[in-house]
Design a protein around this ligand. Structure first.
Ligand code: ARG
Length: 463
């Protein structure tokens, strides 16, 4: 009865059925099976190398694990809740297949270093898949910028039309955010790539193991230095989920802009039919569900981060069962981020950019008012006074339903006699954009250079 369990020796009563269900993690940690099998193979090979396992036992373990791998891949493996987790399911099946050699695999190892190793390996592999997906997202933004980037739209502050900018400049702002996100994941990867294997339960092991060998075999840069830290640490999971939360924040801001821009009020963009949905009652509607979902799913990733941090904050060293609660938060954040990166990447090529609507919003929005004030300031009026003059000018335009570019020189001169003929060219949207030549500004040459630099950065990574 209690001997059903790999740890059953000490127990005389069977586990309560409810406890068995609550205690089990196999429902969600079975997705670690590849890492678990790889970790066991590396551990077994090292044990044999060190003379702790015989060559025959190693061969039996290798064959047994290969058969288990094939069973899992073929959908023939039966996961059992009473065996708690992925580690004991695999180990028990191995022992059923190959007998004693399977039972020797756990020498000089504990589930505590095993699960930490599996989870780190999983994060490393996830990150290796995520980085190219972030590159693809940046590629999609750059491609859109190359296609429609010369469109001019109002830049906003306080969601009020502020100054005209190139659409490419706006898109490149997101390229920068995603570049920082990528950098955080690259940085986190370096710290994740340290192997806990060989820390055993918490204190190390008396067997003459070679931790550097298992670390290298599994692609880690080095073994972790402290056995207690090795089994208790989940910083690497926090770093991934925190990076995911911040990247989701960026995706969500972009999603929010797409929702606004695809509204009839803005109508700056139109989503392709493949990335929008209709209403079951209002036939005229085309809803931006995908950006809305990206925005909405951001909340659950924040939740994952708070859940994970909260699990860790009160834990004494070293392993505690609370740590089993790390996995669902980690997997959920990772899956959600991956899906949202992909959704945005695939949505962008079908985006229709309404240059006419962007342009009309500029014309109606006094977005060159700063240029008029700059003009007066260059002619000697202190900027604060120039600001005041242009404020009165804009007030007059609003009262008389006029736009700045429509004003004649005579009309302008009623507000200041510093206005001369050249103000008429300075007040256009194109001139305003072209004038912003400062580093990082929206002038076409600056934006073209920024676009080329972002392209070169991606190309250097092979995208
Ligand atoms: N399923 C466990 C977890 O996810 C594996 C480690 C269990 N270790 C233990 N000493 N009970 O954390």
């Amino acid at each position: 009865m209690a001997d059903d369990k790999p740890w059953g020796g000490r127990f005389s009563e069977p586990t309560d059925a409810f406890v068995e269900r609550l205690n089990a993690s196999v429902g969600f940690d079975q997705r670690l099976w590849r890492e678990d099998v790889d970790g066991s193979l590396a551990h077994a090979a090292m044990l044999a190398q060190q003379g702790i396992l015989t060559a025959e036992d190693l061969q039996a373990i290798q064959q047994g694990l290969a058969a288990i791998r094939a069973d899992i891949e073929g959908g023939r493996f039966v996961w059992e809740q009473k065996l708690e987790d992925v580690h004991m399911n695999v180990e028990r099946r191995l022992t059923e297949r190959i007998g004693q050699a399977g039972a020797r695999l756990h020498t000089a190892r504990s589930r505590n270093d095993q699960v930490a190793t599996d989870l780190r390996l999983w994060v490393l592999r996830y990150l290796d898949g995520l980085l190219p997906r972030i590159d693809a997202l940046q590629d999609a933004l750059l491609t859109l910028a190359e296609r429609d980037g010369d469109a001019i739209l109002p830049g906003y502050t306080h969601l009020q039309r502020a100054q005209p900018i190139l659409f490419a400049h706006h898109l490149l702002a997101y390229v920068e955010m995603f570049e920082r996100d990528r950098g955080r994941f690259v940085d986190a990867r370096r710290r994740t790539a340290e192997s806990p294997l060989g820390a055993a339960a918490l204190a190390g092991t008396p067997f003459p193991i070679d931790r550097a060998a298992t670390a290298a075999a599994l692609g880690f840069h080095r073994p972790m230095a402290n056995s207690l830290d090795a089994v208790a640490d989940r910083d690497f999971a926090v770093e991934l989920v925190a990076g995911a939360a911040l990247m989701m924040t960026h995706l969500s801001r972009f999603a929010e802009e797409l929702v606004l821009w695809s509204s009839q009020e803005f109508a700056f963009v139109e989503l392709s039919d493949a990335f929008a949905t209709g209403s079951s009652i209002m036939p005229q509607k085309k809803n931006p569900d995908i950006p809305e979902l990206v925005r909405g799913k951001t909340g659950r990733v924040f939740g994952d981060l708070v859940a994970l941090l909260t699990v860790l904050k009160g834990l004494p060293l070293a392993y505690n069962k609370d740590l089993q609660e790390d996995k669902e938060a980690l997997f959920d954040a990772a899956d959600t981020l991956g899906d949202c990166v992909e959704a945005m990447t695939r949505l962008l090529p079908g985006l229709k950019v309404r240059r006419d609507r962007m342009r009309a919003a500029c014309d109606a929005g006094f977005v060159t008012a700063t240029d008029v004030a700059d003009y007066l300031a260059r002619r000697g009026l202190p900027f604060r006074d120039a600001h005041h003059v242009v404020g009165r000018l804009v007030g007059w335009c609003i009262a008389n339903e006029r736009t700045l570019p429509s004003l004649s020189l005579e009309e302008l001169r009623q507000f200041s006699d510093l206005f001369a003929e050249d103000i008429l060219a300075a007040v256009t949207v194109e001139a305003s954009v072209a004038a912003r030549t400062s580093l990082g500004g929206t002038a076409p040459d600056r934006v073209a250079a920024a676009l080329a630099a972002a392209r070169a950065r991606l190309a250097a990574r092979g995208t």
